[in-house]
Design a protein around this ligand. Sequence first.
Ligand code: ADE
Length: 245
Amino acid sequence: MNYHVLTLFPEMIMDGLNTSIIGRAMNKSLISLEAINIRDFATNKHMKVDDYPYGGGAGMVMQAEPVYLAYKSIEERINKKPRVIYLTPQGKVFNQSMAEDFAKEEDLVFLCGHYEGIDERVLDMIVTDNVSIGDYVLTGGELPAMVMIDSISRLVKGVLNNEDSAEYESFNNNLLEHPQYTRPEVFEGRHVPPVLLTGHHKNIEKWRREESLKRTYERRPELLKDAILDKKDIAYLNQLREADN
Ligand code: ADE
């Protein structure tokens, strides 16, 4: 997986993704990351990349040409037309199945806007996917690009080792993960659930499944409609619903 990020703040991208699991994946060449400074493609002597909006109004708009030239430099180098993701609050809201879909690509281009946006003409020409990371407004597309790169990368083969993959499987089968505990057995008077200390694997599995169902029911009930549930799960959920009424 090769990521190409078009941005006015390349160091933000490079510095933000060089640690932990993603940093390790880059060192192992499982993924590669380049941040391309759109300003390097300005054609005026002041290296200006924005201008006033036609029709008036507040703020500045990023000009089409430097964005287009920066994109073209990637297209020519990799010799194909990659998917180009524009980070915008007007996009489709990012989720795990979109991450799975993007993880199938060999190259992904992320276009990060700033100011009041980017001249629509270049967006029409190069963008294949408009993506938002949630219904709130950020100052630029860099953090959203980093969020997406993190979640896509952990789906690339070899990026997570077995230990990591056991973790954070919160969206497996649309159920939230059960709670976890480690030593000590008592912390500030709070005990670890006794079943976890019994070594009785069947009971532990049953407890974890029920905690997972309870969590999803309490925190994200809308996820349950797409989860695969057996008879015992359904009986347990009915019990929870009855207790609520
Ligand atoms: N740019 C500004 N806000 C954003 C958001 N919520 N998602 C993606 N890109 C953005």
